[in-house]
Design a protein around this ligand. Sequence first.
Ligand code: AMP
Length: 631
Amino acid sequence: MPSYREFHQRSIEQPDEFWAEQARLIDWETPPRRICDNDRPPFTRWFGGGRTNLCHNAVDRHLAERGGQPALIHVSTETGREETLTFAQLHEQVQLSAAMLRGLGVGKGDRVLIYMPMVPEAVVAMLACARIGAIHSVVFGGFASGSLATRIEDAAPRVVVSADAGSRGGKVIAYKPLLDEAIRLSTFKPESVLLLDRGLAPVERVPGRDHDWGALAARHAGDTVACEWLDATDVSYTMYTSGTTGRPKGVQRDVGGYAVALAASMKHIFQGEAGQTFFCTSDIGWVVGHSYIVYGPLIAGMATILYEGLPVRPDAGIWWSLVEKYRVGVMFSAPTAIRVLKKHDAALMKRHDLSSLRALFLAGEPLDEPTARWISGELGVPVIDNYWQTETGWPILTIANGVEPRPSRLGSPGVPMYGWKVKLLDSISGEELDGPDQKGVLAIELPTPPGFMQTVWRDDERFVDTYWKTIPGRMVYSTFDWAIRDADGYYYILGRTDDVINVAGHRLGTREIEECICRHPAVAEVAVVGVADALKGQVAVAFAVPRDASAVADEASRLRLEGEIMKVVDERLGALARPARVRFVSLLPKTRSGKLLRRAIQAVCEGRDPGDLTTIEDPGALQQIRELLQP
Ligand code: AMP
């Protein structure tokens, strides 16, 4: 067995040989002829000439050996629904859903937008799209009509798959009115809406456009739909993510590279074995859900748990009861969730037999030391941090215990994974920082490995301009994260270089929230910053300048306007983006050229030194914020 260092080195020095070997982890209808194609940088293409299908690899290829074994385990503590689909049953359901989509005119390359709660039908719809070569675009169910509208507009889906409602903490959230409003707001109108009726909220169907899942399923009962063999470089899905502008980017992913990347990660990183159970507590609306609720575990022949509900309801032992009941081998969650559990009685965990569990992976935000120590102490299994992004599809930094067991280091997600040419660069000069503990921008050199985004949906120029032109003099991918590396090669993430914030592991663009708040007629201007929070990592805090100062003359009117602004954000973007506080000021700190000094505001909010303020237009603006924050 090679050491991890040799393994990584080979992936960088001999990418063709290395990835040709990994490609054998999946089934191909036609094996690839060209492994890595980097002829048109920065658009790396993988497995050219190869033909495969994600759904075939996730479902069909397991039928012979494990058709009767669990594939999709659904547990909802919101509705009480709990069911297990075997690979054979999943196969049947996916074909049925594929037939329904085909019946609605969906073909290869068409987009299907999925706006669904955590129900099996959502996973089935994703796999059905993959089966027929349609491009799915899953939108997180917690987003509201404004966010949904921008995604419908950009993806231009032929069909939207949705449901009557989601439920969170026992509170029903009707999706259909949000969807109707989103379609009204969007200039693009989908031809059809396929609606799952969970019996949670009344639904009004638009005649001719809206179809009932149950009725359509009855019409197509027993239909079979074969997998469409796709080019490895065809598009499998798009997934929208926030950046520095108010307009989310459609991260576009391929078919073959993604399948191989996930299969390899299940082996080398997650050590998931066919027949075992994988439990990822994320949501299908996020990249972690795509990679490690749906495709990764199923490609590996594992059962995957799809959980709808809170981690603390009916009590904080619920996840551990599922680990016991379904003999979970590998679990994947986010630091925020663990911090939530940490506030509860650890006896709720101890009550369960967790002997099946071999490792807990955490990602999405920095893993703080107290949380890491607490959970590893309680579980007694390795707790493995992993760092990646929507754009990268799978971890850039972690520990590949499947290649060579290595200890994790507190505070560090780990070392560069195979295939990733990770560099630390000086943000001004672009020079590589070789020495230990030097802070630089974490960047990736070409070729990017399989699974990495292909481009921004329908906008190659935006892909190049956003990610590949930010470091002077070099065509490298910027992660927009600051990092340092210690003498042994372990990396430490220090936070974003841009205006993206991370709330409970979810990435939000401050510009997007600012644009939304500015819709309130009483607001002239606003700055949104991320402020450190013990539970959520960061929370958004808004500083707004009212059009008319008399609107915030007393405490009652300030609170009223704060509430109204929060409601605007709830209604357009969703509660996730709602600022924890909206404060009112008469001016915002800006440079003389008019650029908002968000970083200085953030520093003041966190009680830190705001740094160099020579470019500030009016220092009084920061002083106002300081005074506002006085207890
Ligand atoms: P997303 O695309 O929503 O997954 O967000 C990606 C961003 O989350 C990264 O650029 C980091 O800023 C942050 N992030 C993700 N995982 C980690 C981690 N393990 N440690 C520190 N930050 C992380």
